[in-house]
Design a protein around this ligand. Structure first.
Ligand code: ARG
Length: 297
């Protein structure tokens, strides 16, 4: 079932089957990371401008932070000719079915041909690690960019699905059937917020960070209906410092780009602990912490 308006919501969150937090984190080395083409507005001024040494230092700090939070990272290697491969949240959507204990991933259908060849690499990685690897139906003509646009509600088998730039709404019809989960679809209306993970960050079952400018009124109402506390992030911090591309792996610590002071204050006020990381080299390509990792069960 795809929910597109607040009136259509015919369930309470506590009626949705529960889902444990994923505990394993996949990270991909920035070995061949650079800005070599422009497929989102953040990349346009940054062609060829990545400082490789700085990118490596920043990536290592991300890896160390996850290790310190008890998420031992599984590291994949970046591939030559695939400069965006480091953003390993985008090529798959991991899933877990507690009833059958099935661990799997659904493969993405990248919107840009520049990124299409990243997907088979991750398919192989997860297959070799024993995950069920699912694809959307062959006949379906729809884009889908994994956890760039599809986010699990923490603790529930409920998906939030952003669409409009990289993922098409039709993908969610198919995904809802494939995984047998309800999906709340959110239209994205501002190209700076081209993926849902740039503008909505579910922190725990009750709290989310939000960039209000990214959504229409209907989307905002859907988010308000299912999260008790929605923390609006200052537009500058969300748009230019990727404050919503944050990640809360444990319901407590929030890993985010350093210097988002308004967001940090709000997080502390709600008893979260901001963990600041510098991802400035990756922001040149339009991504920060959230898209630099993939959580799997
Ligand atoms: N350059 C990449 C792209 O535009 C960045 C992806 C960042 N990922 C994200 N989930 N926001 O595809």
């Amino acid at each position: 079932m795809i929910y597109r308006t607040p009136d259509a919501l015919d369930f309470r969150l506590d009626e949705i089957p529960s889902l444990p937090r994923p505990r394993r984190v996949v990270l991909t080395t920035p070995t061949h990371f650079d800005v070599e083409y422009v497929i989102n507005p953040h990349m346009s001024e940054n062609m060829g401008s990545v400082n490789k040494d700085v990118a490596w230092q920043q990536w290592k700090a991300v890896r160390a932070t996850y290790a310190a939070l008890d998420c031992a990272p599984v590291v994949a290697n970046g591939r030559s000719g695939l400069p965006d491969m480091v953003f390993c949240a985008n090529q798959t959507l991991p899933f877990y079915d507690p009833d059958t204990e099935t661990r799997g991933v659904v493969l993405s259908r990248m919107h840009s041909e520049h990124r299409t060849d990243e997907v088979p690499y991750y398919a192989q990685l997860f297959e070799e690690a024993g995950y069920v690897v699912e694809s959307l139906p062959d006949a379906l003509n729809a884009d889908f960019e994994g956890m760039g646009d599809a986010l699990w509600h923490p603790g529930r088998r409920l998906l939030w699905g952003g669409y409009g730039y990289r993922t098409s709404i039709e993908a969610y019809e198919a995904l809802g059937e494939l995984l047998d989960v309800p999906i709340v679809a959110l239209r994205l209306v501002d190209p700076d917020y081209y993926h849902l993970d740039t503008c909505l960050c579910p922190l725990d079952a009750q709290h989310a960070l939000l960039a209000p400018e990214a959504f229409d009124e209907t989307g905002r109402a859907l988010i308000d209906a299912l999260f008790d506390t929605v923390i609006d992030v200052p537009d500058h911090e969300a748009r230019h410092q990727f404050a919503c591309n944050a990640h809360c792996p444990d319901g407590h610590h929030v890993l985010l780009q350093e210097g988002c002071e308004g967001t940090n204050d709000q997080l502390r006020a709600h008893d979260f602990v901001p963990v600041e990381l510098d991802t400035s080299e990756f922001m040149k390509s339009g991504g920060s912490v959230f898209c630099m990792k993939q959580m799997v069960w």
